[in-house]
Design a protein around this ligand. Structure first.
Ligand SMILES: [Fe+2]
Length: 443
């Protein structure tokens, strides 16, 4: 539920969760930040001094090519206890369900709909609890995405994970996650999202003993805020609502397993200390989180239903005409109005592929945690009952109070995995929902 309060400064704050995140964060996205857990760590006027304060070492981490345009350039300097090069030899290990496209099943114009994924196994951590539903492209082409579900019953212990293949958009559905990263702490709860850039190491701990949700692995251009164009300088996701961790370091010795995903395979090595030992950092590459309920939605004030692009929260661009590598649309509680208008998305066949996650509330009678996949030009729209009801409805302002969904779009055809085909529970009758729409022509 959305709650409003007035803080000590007299500002009205909006919150949708009873959970209060007491961590300290910086605000913004695309900014250059600097943060230090020990005063006097950050060098002044340079990033690679001959000797770093407190006996630390300087390490550069780049997220874009060095010559990328200034506004899109992403890189940070990490001032850490030991350099990341200190680890044992990587050995390849198998991964059961956390997979990388391409897959064996053909991309298909079918109406896919699945119920929630819940593991029945004990002591499964976040990484081992990842199961790939579908995907497209590949890390080799640095294009495309993979959509995964996770279901975890244990925190990662003495283990960190880095993903050289893609940035990880984490979408909790049940249970909070404590993300201990090289850049500091992000606690993320249902109703929020977090993004871990490519290569950044993280240890995922469960705040509630059990956690389930989704991960989108983006092989393409890093996610960024969409341009607002004629919308103007306000609206959609506000820059100030993105939360960036402050530096926090671990200084302890002992064996830690570092699992690295690289070119579609999993590799393990051992580090004899915590790799989360960054005392200070500065730069434009960092993890972040965002509360979906802060999204400032737009809509018509006259007639007709706008395109879902008005819900764009973040984008990984690809082609300006054919579509994105990966767009994230935030569909949150909102007012719906319009004169003589069908007040829901109508029937459509789009050039892009759509992947929907229902996180909370109602959508087509599905259980929260359900997902749908609609490849390009596969027709879809309101079910028979909704179409009949809304067609005859007496129109007035309508508040959609209880609905939280993410819609992912990609220009590419998406293949499902064997896991999605045979393990993830398919929703019976989903493809039959339109059969009852009557022929009204001539009546
Ligand atoms: Fe659609």
């Amino acid at each position: 539920m959305t709650q409003q309060a007035v803080d000590a400064g007299g500002r009205v704050t909006t919150s949708v969760s009873s959970v209060v995140d007491t961590n300290t964060y910086q605000s913004g996205l695309g900014n250059e930040f600097e943060t230090e857990a020990l005063p006097g760590t950050l060098p002044i006027g340079q990033n690679s001094p001959q000797k770093v304060a407190h006996g630390l070492v300087s390490e550069l981490m780049s997220g874009t090519t060095f010559g990328a345009p200034r506004a899109l350039n992403r890189r940070s300097y990490l001032f850490r206890i030991r350099p990341s090069v200190q680890h044992s030899k990587f050995e390849q290990v198998a991964s059961k369900n956390f997979l990388t496209p391409p897959f064996t099943l053909p991309a298909a114009p079918l109406d896919y709909c699945w119920g929630p994924f819940r593991t029945s196994e004990a002591s499964v951590d976040f990484i081992d609890g990842l199961a790939t539903i579908c995907g497209t492209g590949s890390p080799h082409s640095q294009s495309g995405v993979a959509f995964h579900a996770y279901s975890a019953t244990a925190s990662m212990r003495d283990r960190v994970f880095g993903n050289a293949d893609g940035e990880m958009l984490i979408v909790p559905h049940i249970g909070g996650l404590h993300l201990a990263t090289e850049y500091g702490i992000l606690d993320v709860y249902a109703g929020e999202i977090a993004v871990i850039p490519r290569g950044v190491r993280v240890r995922v701990e469960l705040l509630d003993g059990y956690a389930a949700g989704f991960v989108c692995e983006n092989f393409g251009l890093p996610l960024r805020l969409p341009e607002l164009g004629l919308v103007g300088s306000n609206g959609l996701a506000n820059v100030a609502d993105f939360k960036i961790p402050v530096a926090a370091y671990e200084d302890h010795d002992g064996a830690v397993q570092w699992t690295q995903k690289f070119a579609g395979n999993m590799w393990n090595c051992e580090v004899d200390h915590s790799p989360l030992d960054v005392v200070a950092w500065r730069g434009s590459l960092y993890p972040y989180k965002y509360d979906l309920h802060r999204f400032v939605g737009m809509g018509t004030s006259t007639v007709d239903h706008p395109d879902p692009s008005i819900f764009c929260l973040l984008t990984s661009p690809s082609d300006p005409i054919l579509g994105p590598n990966f767009d994230i649309m935030a569909i949150t509680p909102r007012w719906v109005v319009g004169d003589h208008t069908f007040l829901a998305p109508g029937f459509h066949r789009n050039c892009v592929t759509e992947f929907i996650m229902l996180l909370q509330g109602q959508f087509g009678g599905l259980e929260p945690g359900s997902t749908t996949l609609t490849n390009s030009y596969t027709p879809h729209g309101p079910d028979a009952e909704t179409q009949g009801t809304l067609r005859d409805a007496v129109l007035g302002p309508m508040k959609v109070e209880d609905q939280l969904m993410l819609l992912f779009e990609t220009r590419f055809p998406v293949q499902i995995t064997d896991f999605a085909n045979s393990v993830l529970p398919a929703v019976e009758g989903y493809s039959k929902q339109w059969d009852g729409i009557p022929k009204r022509f001539g009546q």
